[in-house]
Design a protein around this ligand. Structure first.
Ligand code: GLC
Length: 791
């Protein structure tokens, strides 16, 4: 590939041409302290959440882009040459740089002016800081006198207030250098905690102190941006480095930065290691613990140990599902990069990336509920905690906050699908763990009463019953999964056909649970489901596919009678998932997807693209054709299409879609985004620039690709009573291996496909004993050998 490729069995992605078409980033975090890092050194850091706890600045939509970041400048004192240990910000000698993104760490390698530089970035698991571990090696035959300048630009608290109220907000920035502790400290004496952009004057200081220090002696330092960079320059060529002198003055206002200057001398062949720490200390404990905190992680031993821990914890996560298909590129994605992205999305919560600056919204309810599926297999405890958090965003009538912050703030909207994702998260967790006691856990509703998790689920059923339109389908409100179908039926509501299909699918899940635990609400829930099913069957089939919605005047959307948006992907995929019709109809629906939506770059979300604004449909019609929800290849729903094809037993087609959607499939100059993770969408052929991806990393695509590829292509999925084996694979695969943990046992599943079928299991042996049916029992053993013969 032109810009880089997987190395080290796929565990790392090495960027060998660092001038990538967009910043290609990675995530470094421990669950509290978060940082992104790009191939340019561009970076955002925050504690807890990117809106209220922003540590360093990142400039939105600015040029040069992807600035600022975490920089180390080197100056050769004798020649006056200046470069940086990541290619940017100085931006010279591009060919002499590489970037390696691994799981939880990133390494920049450089070879400039005969000095080899290595810089590793990571966040240790149990301390709220990021560590930059550097090394300089003198590969020349002369002695080198080098200056090292480390650079960060501070935000210090509420990121949006920092942007919109710059002139005033900066009067509260305090940065000072503590000579005794060889450490720079920064904080703000004012802090807004509202979740929107505001100039509200709260009577409090930011609750953190930032510290920035080094294992090297600090000769000089700087705290104000203009003094370091110069007013009419940028990070490429700071005036202070050119002069070789920093003011070493503290600051109590202004654009706050941290620069630490050290000097090293390197004999020919000599190596010098150094470490920087950028971290936070809670203000309430600052005086007691600052000395011990700033003294940590300044030696290579402790730093290397901390990095090993990060790597081990990712290996542990990956070890719970490990596949060997006949195709090595699939294995790299399925074993590492898809679960990695899924877990990052779960932990980060779709709020920070190159595209999301973490200032607009908190955790989305539906997104978070789906992201839970990323961790149910490998770390079900985390899923349980997250589901409990979700349950606390619900009202007694089953409505939920659309967006929420972990500190209790939230926003209600009229999106009709939100609450139902809760059912999916809970049933997925219970199937994986068998932890039915969880249903008895009591959690508060938002309107103050309390209830068990089961009560929360049943509240969702009430919500379903209470929100039906004239055709007995869910009232659309301000959107369903698709946020841009927001004016279906004008201001009045309209009805969501996809919503009905999704509700049925979720009710099927719930019915499965209630049957298993023999619950008294079973009959009532079945009733609700059956009624919805009848309503869909009555009015939603359009001859060759299912329509998408019904407007207030009865107008169909996603119908052949429309000029634009005649057919939508989601209705067809979820018709299959919800099992709403007979097989022939479902096959016809998916064949219509193939015929009308599939394209070179993947299946489009709808087609034809809207070319005219329709007030009674909404945002989708305002969006440029071929992008995002307006007939773009929106990657998230393509996962449901893959699931649906598997459910109908068409392994070949499921595989083709899966393979076609891999992020490294399109050449990088066209695709532009990272080839190691999914993007939210790919521009389709309804636009002049097809194949261009955007909104990488933070998308539900990852978690669904992870689970659909395991649960439906490999076909190994948890049930309440055991582990189901139901592969839907391409006929050309003659065998595959899959190791999967399930309730304490490692099932080593060896699948053979001697008759080249796409679906169907003939025989299964567990530890050489043939079993009836295709559900592996829950075992006491630590390990079990499972032989599966398809046919
Ligand atoms: C974005 C949103 C997600 C929504 C999707 C489709 O990805 O985060 O919640 O379902 O767009 O509109």
């Amino acid at each position: 590939m032109k810009y880089g490729d997987f190395i080290n069995d796929g565990r790392e992605f090495k960027i060998t041409n660092v001038e990538t078409p967009t910043p290609w980033i990675n995530y470094l975090y421990n669950g509290k302290y978060f940082s992104t890092i790009s191939n340019n050194g561009g970076s955002i850091s925050y504690i807890d959440n990117p809106l209220h706890g922003r540590i360093t600045r990142y400039r939105i939509n600015d040029v040069p882009s992807d600035r600022p970041g975490k920089y180390i400048y080197i100056k050769d004192k004798d020649s006056g040459e200046i470069w940086s240990l990541t290619w940017q910000p100085v931006g010279k000698n591009r060919k002499n740089y590489n970037i390696i993104h691994g799981f939880g760490y990133t390494i920049s390698e450089s070879f400039v002016n005969d000095i080899k530089g290595v810089l590793k970035f990571f966040v240790p698991q149990d301390s709220n800081r990021e560590i930059w571990r550097g090394e300089l090696i003198n590969r020349s035959s002369r002695k080198r006198n080098l200056e090292i300048y480390s650079y960060v630009e501070f935000s210090l608290g509420h990121a949006l207030v920092d942007l919109i109220n710059q002139c005033d907000d900066q009067h509260f920035n305090r940065v000072n250098f503590d000579r005794e502790l060889n450490t720079l400290f920064a904080t703000k004496t004012y802090w807004v905690t509202e979740n929107f952009g505001t100039q509200q004057q709260e009577n409090q200081a930011w609750n953190q102190y930032v510290f920035f220090n080094s294992s090297l002696p600090i000769k000089e330092y700087e705290t104000r941006r203009e003094r370091f960079i110069g007013f009419y320059r940028n990070e490429n060529n700071p005036v202070a480095i050119e002069k070789g002198h920093l003011s070493s003055r503290d600051t109590d206002y202004g654009n706050a930065i941290g620069v630490l200057k050290s000097e090293v001398t390197l004999q020919p062949g000599q190596t010098k290691g150094f470490i920087y720490n950028l971290g936070v200390i809670p203000k309430e404990k600052f005086n007691q613990i600052k000395e011990s905190e700033v003294g940590k992680f300044l030696e290579t031993d402790s730093v290397d140990k901390a990095l090993r821990q990060v790597k081990d914890s990712w290996e542990k996560f990956f070890s719970k599902t490990n596949v060997k298909t006949p195709e090595s590129d699939l294995n790299i994605f399925m074993n590492y990069w898809i679960p990695y992205q899924a877990k990052v999305a779960f932990d980060v919560g779709r709020v920070a990336s190159y595209y999301y600056w973490g200032i607009g919204r908190g955790f989305g309810f539906r997104d978070t509920a789906q992201d839970t599926l990323a961790t149910t297999i490998a770390n079900p405890k985390k899923a349980r905690q997250r589901i409990a958090l979700l349950s606390r965003q619900m009202f007694t009538n089953g409505k939920v906050y659309h967006h929420f912050y972990k500190d209790g703030q939230g926003e209600t909207t009229q999106h009709c699908d939100d609450p139902l994702w809760f059912i999916l998260a809970v049933t997925d967790y219970l199937k994986e763990t068998g932890d039915f006691d969880f249903l008895k856990t009591v959690e508060p509703f938002l309107d103050e009463s309390k209830g068990t998790i089961l009560d929360h689920i049943l509240a969702v059923v009430d919500y379903i019953k209470d929100n039906k339109g004239p055709n007995g389908l869910p009232i659309f409100g301000r959107g369903d999964w698709n946020d841009t179908l927001d004016y279906i039926g004008g201001n009045g509501g309209g009805e969501s056909v996809w919503g009905a299909l999704f509700f049925i699918a979720m009710l099927n899940e719930l019915i499965g649970l209630l049957e298993f635990i023999d619950n008294k609400h079973l009959a009532e829930v079945k009733n609700v489901r059956d009624q919805l099913k009848k309503n869909v069957q009555k009015c939603c089939w359009d001859g060759e596919w299912f329509i998408r919605a019904i407007g207030n005047s009865g107008k169909k959307i996603g119908s052949k009678s429309n000029k634009y948006g005649k057919i939508y992907l989601n209705s067809q995929a979820w018709a299959v998932i919800s099992k709403v019709a007979d097989r022939n109809k479902l096959i016809k629906a998916l064949d219509s997807v193939k015929k009308h939506l599939d394209s070179e770059f993947g299946p489009k979300i709808c087609s034809p693209a809207y070319q005219e604004i329709d007030q009674n449909i909404g945002l989708v019609t305002r969006c440029v054709p071929g992008k995002k929800e307006n007939a773009g290849v929106f990657c998230h729903p393509t996962t449901w299409l893959i699931q649906a094809e598997c459910m109908l037993g068409r392994g070949n087609r499921a595989y083709q879609y899966f393979k076609n959607m891999l992020p490294n499939r399109i050449d990088s100059d066209t695709f532009t985004a990272e080839p190691y993770v999914y993007s939210q969408y790919i521009t389709s052929d309804a636009n002049k620039e097809p194949g261009k991806a955007s909104h990488s990393w933070q998308t539900g695509t990852a978690v669904w690709m992870y689970r659909v590829s395991i649960d439906y292509i490999l076909g190994v999925r948890a049930q309440y009573s055991g582990l189901k084996i139901d592969p839907a694979i391409p006929a050309k695969w003659d065998k595959l291996n899959f190791d999967r943990y399930f309730r304490g046992t490692l099932y080593k599943i060896r699948i053979k496909n001697p008759e080249s079928v796409q679906k169907g299991v003939k025989e299964i042996y567990v530890d050489d004993h043939k079993i009836e049916g295709n559900i592996l029992p829950v075992l006491d053993n630590k390990e079990a050998e499972v032989k599966v013969i398809m046919g």
